[in-house]
Design a protein around this ligand. Structure first.
Ligand code: AMP
Ligand code: MG
Length: 420
């Protein structure tokens, strides 16, 4: 492991040998730490935010034993071991309006779902299981003691942590916190992330495209991914391939953000140029990662901010973001534990070209047919072909030791829809 406070050694970064994907992820996650700072928010506003402290339940949920069914509450000991039992109906317990009377011998109480179990009863018989005869019911044999009763505290116990710090608040969590009667929660402050694109060939959307220029699409995909992750964005636009411009952008970004995510300018040639600058501004390692797309990448620290220098190719930006940046930013946001995107194996219906010795992240469409879930590749897989990414709903993750894959073989897929 790399000791904290030190950037990955140059030997590893500059080595002719490339860094494996898992190793790169491990180094990055080993370095970044959660940022400090929290805020108190009304419950609804906390959706998607990260809990800064445990939410402790001050009470049992539910607060009372109550019925899980519409039916009749009774004392199980009153029932005949075999054969039917006739019981008188002493009254009704509604949800929110209990039965306050006394349940005598050979009596039961009509009870609605959520109604508090009346004193003197311990079991609920579903209404469809009994025969009603005037003010009596006939209960068949075979009722289990305690059936259809939700116990006080079975959801949450008073004093227990209902939710742990580090959890991303989802709809179920909002409901759970509300069920405790808590109206405000303390969440981590939002992470501030600065982005910019580098390249002399880049043109911003809205301006006419000059000869040989391309529209800057990376800031838009980054905007989408970072916004879904819940970050505050500082968009510094397009920065030209000039040392003074790049230096100014890095300084401004590092002063105003917790993390800086850039695209372009880290490949051979350009990297040499940015590299000198980085030596002055901070500690940054340039990596060749054994993956496709996404081979060149820079990672390190500039001032108080972590830098993720992603490649320029539009697909490579997205692949490296999902594989490295996403989880690192989640950790910085205070999410704990962080987990990589889930993966599972399905048959691939298209043959795949794959070079051994590197991880490949091809774009796939996961679909279901009669035979279960399968994946197909989305046409051309060039790292500049963003339409392959737009069509895809998953990565097909092919391990370094695998070569070409025949149709029908199992492959790992990593769905990306809806996860951030
Ligand atoms: P680079 O990593 O800077 O050498 O860029 C690699 C390729 O990605 C080149 O074809 C660039 O034109 C393209 N590229 C770089 N940045 C962007 C961007 N922001 N939007 C779209 N394409 C880009
Ligand atoms: Mg460039």
């Amino acid at each position: 492991m790399i000791p904290p406070g030190q950037v990955p050694p140059r030997a590893e970064a500059d080595d002719a040998e490339s860094l494996g994907v898992d190793r790169a992820r491990e180094i990055i996650l080993g370095r970044v730490e959660p940022v400090s700072g929290s805020e108190r928010l009304p419950l609804r506003g906390a959706l998607g935010r990260v809990l800064a402290g445990d939410v402790i339940s001050a009470m049992d949920v539910p607060g009372h034993d109550n019925s899980a069914m519409d039916g009749y509450a009774l004392h199980h000991a009153e029932l005949a071991a075999d054969g039917e039992t006739v019981l008188g109906i002493a009254g009704t317990a509604f949800a929110g309006r209990g039965f306050d009377g006394v349940v005598g011998a050979r009596q039961c109480v009509r009870i609605m779902t959520g109604g508090v179990i009346p004193a003197g009863t311990d079991t609920v018989v579903a209404q469809e299981a009994v025969r009603v005869e005037g003010m009596h019911i006939v209960v068949p044999a075979g009722q289990r003691r305690g059936q259809h009763v939700r116990r006080a505290g079975e959801d949450l116990r008073a004093g227990a942590a209902a939710l742990r710090a580090g959890k991303v608040i989802r709809p179920a969590d909002l409901g759970l916190v509300a069920s405790l009667g808590i109206a405000e929660v303390t969440v981590q402050r939002r992470l501030r992330v600065a982005i910019f694109s580098t390249g002399d060939e880049l043109c911003s959307v809205g301006a006419p495209l000059g000869r040989g220029e391309v529209y800057d699409s990376n800031r838009y995909t980054l905007h989408g991914m970072l916004t879904r992750l819940g970050c505050d964005l500082l968009d510094l636009g397009v920065v030209r391939d000039r040392p003074d411009a790049i230096e100014a952008a890095f300084r401004q970004a590092a002063e105003n953000a917790d993390a800086v995510v850039t695209s372009g300018g880290v490949s051979v040639g350009e990297a040499d140029f940015v590299r000198g600058l980085m030596a002055e501004l901070g500690e940054v390692a340039f990596w060749k990662i054994a993956m496709r797309p996404g081979r060149p990448m820079a990672f390190g620290r500039i001032g108080g901010a972590w830098l993720f220098g992603l490649p320029g190719n539009p697909v490579a930006v997205m692949v490296t973001f999902y594989q490295f940046v996403r989880e690192a930013l989640l950790k910085m946001m205070g999410v704990s534990p962080t987990e990589p995107l889930p993966r599972f194996r399905v048959p691939c219906v298209t043959p795949l070209k794959k070079r051994r010795g590197r991880s490949e992240f091809q774009r796939g469409v996961l679909f279901a047919d009669d035979g279960g879930w399968k994946v197909r590749a989305t046409g051309a897989q060039g790292s500049g072909i963003l339409s392959s990414m737009a069509e895809a709903n998953c990565f097909i993750v092919i391990e370094p030791d695998r070569g070409d894959i025949e149709a029908g073989q199992p492959v790992e897929v990593q769905p990306f829809e809806g996860l951030i």
